[in-house]
Design a protein around this ligand. Structure first.
Ligand code: FES
Ligand SMILES: [Fe+2]
Length: 428
């Protein structure tokens, strides 16, 4: 009869134990074991281990930046940009702003009007945002005390009485047209120096609702995205990416198991102003609807009641120019709104601010949780956005979205000098 495997193992381990204990009992044996252990450790430490491939591709490398600059539109579109908050300018504070290929300073004079000027003093180049002081309706330079009003005109030089029109003309600082909305300060930025081509209107009803107390602020979030400012808006022309990047439910931990199906519709040249759809070239109207949730994205495994609940919720977004978005989440509990602004700090570095509000009827906790979900949903694109290029003539097929319409619409925010803005300062 052949020996059983168990018997063989028992005999082998018995012999091994006996051998080791015999070795340990003798001096020579202990020496041999110690040497063997040292040799094993030596081999273990010096033998190269299998490793993952080293990451060669650094999306911040100069080569990648050069590719981006070659392919993308210029970094600073002609539009309204939210440059700072009203809270930055309380109690005579001045705010330095480094964005849009330039340096700016914001202050609020005694007349209560917020002003934004180019930051460098025409006298000897001091930065008015560092040490400048608000005096009456002017900002006073920290270096030699010249004072400039909100239009950038020099009103006082402390050591001369000869402030002639000629000196004033030479000492004029560039001033930007400003608007205040919901505690944010916007400037009109235009590469050609033209006056505003249109005015902010899509958030006025929300501001009035907040003032009346019909809406309340929910959350304010700020993120830095290393990408071009066109990317978020380009989503409006891209229905299929909602079935890939945005399929996972944007709730941490659940996205792997539960996927949503979305339908979107985009109309360029229209948007919602005070709840009514209006036609204006600078607007885009975007509607999204989640059709239901499915386990592992399988249509045969729907999440119970998800389609019914999803039917009750509508998302309507008005893009007001390229860098401001007004989200409306219409739910049976009331409407939740978000104003999102994108400020290009550099051509490929965006300060994204998200301000959430809700109607009184919406419980604060629900609105707050939705604002968190909104943040996760936004970040679903991030890895692609921060590492992609922009093809002016992409290969498109049937089923792709209205990219050409988007390119045409987006082109209106650039002009002849757009590609020159900030070049000398940013070395790009
Ligand atoms: S540098 Fe501003 S007053 Fe001289
Ligand atoms: Fe997206």
């Amino acid at each position: 009869m052949a020996p059983r495997a168990d018997d063989v193992q028992t005999v082998a381990s018995g012999l091994l134990t006996a051998g080791v204990s015999t070795l340990c009992d003798s001096k020579l044996g202990r020496y041999a074991i110690g040497t063997a252990c040292l040799a094993a450790a030596y081999n273990f430490l010096l033998t190269p281990k299998q490793q993952k491939t080293k990451e060669h591709f650094d999306n911040r490398s100069s080569r990648f930046k050069a590719l981006q600059q070659k392919h993308f539109p210029p970094g600073f579109p002609n539009t309204w940009h939210a440059v700072c908050n009203a809270a930055d300018l309380t109690d005579g504070q001045v705010k330095s702003i480094s964005a849009l290929g330039t340096e700016l300073v914001a202050f609020r004079g005694a007349d209560g009007k917020a002003a934004v000027l180019d930051a460098f003093c025409p006298h000897m180049g001091a930065h008015l945002g560092f040490g400048g002081q608000v005096v009456g309706n002017t900002i006073q330079c920290p270096f030699h005390g010249w004072s400039f009003d909100g239009s950038g005109t020099c009103h006082r030089i402390p050591y001369t009485t000869r402030l002639t029109e000629e000196v004033k003309e030479g000492a004029k600082i560039k001033a930007y047209e400003t608007r205040e909305l919901l505690g944010r300060i916007f400037i009109w930025f235009d590469a050609e120096g033209r006056p505003p081509q249109w005015d902010l209107a899509a958030g006025l009803d929300l501001e009035e609702a907040v003032t009346r107390g019909d809406c309340y602020p929910v959350a304010m979030r700020c993120s830095i995205f290393h990408q071009h400012c066109c990317e978020m808006h380009m989503n409006s022309a891209d229905p299929f990416h909602f079935q890939t990047l945005h399929a996972p439910l944007p709730i941490p931990g659940l996205g792997r198991f539960i996927k949503g199906i979305h339908r979107i519709r985009t109309i360029y040249g229209e948007g919602e102003i005070r709840g009514k759809v209006e036609k204006h070239q600078h607007l885009t109207l975007f509607k999204e609807k989640t059709m239901g949730l499915y386990l592992f994205g399988k249509k045969r495994w729907p999440v119970p009641f998800s389609a019914t609940v999803a039917q009750l919720i509508d998302t309507v977004v008005t893009f007001e120019g390229p860098n401001m978005m007004h989200f409306k989440l219409i739910t049976p509990l009331g409407t939740i709104r978000q104003i999102k602004t994108i400020l290009p700090i550099e051509p490929f570095k965006q300060q994204v601010e998200m301000y959430w509000y809700a109607e009184k009827s919406v419980p604060r906790i629900i609105a707050y949780l939705l604002s968190l979900i909104g943040k996760v949903a936004l970040e679903q694109d991030l890895e692609v956005w921060e590492n992609k290029l922009y093809w002016k003539e992409p290969v498109l097929v049937e089923g792709d979205g209205p990219f050409q319409e988007f390119f045409d619409w987006y082109g209106q925010f650039y002009s002849q000098s757009s590609s020159q803005v900030g070049r000398h300062q940013l070395e790009w």
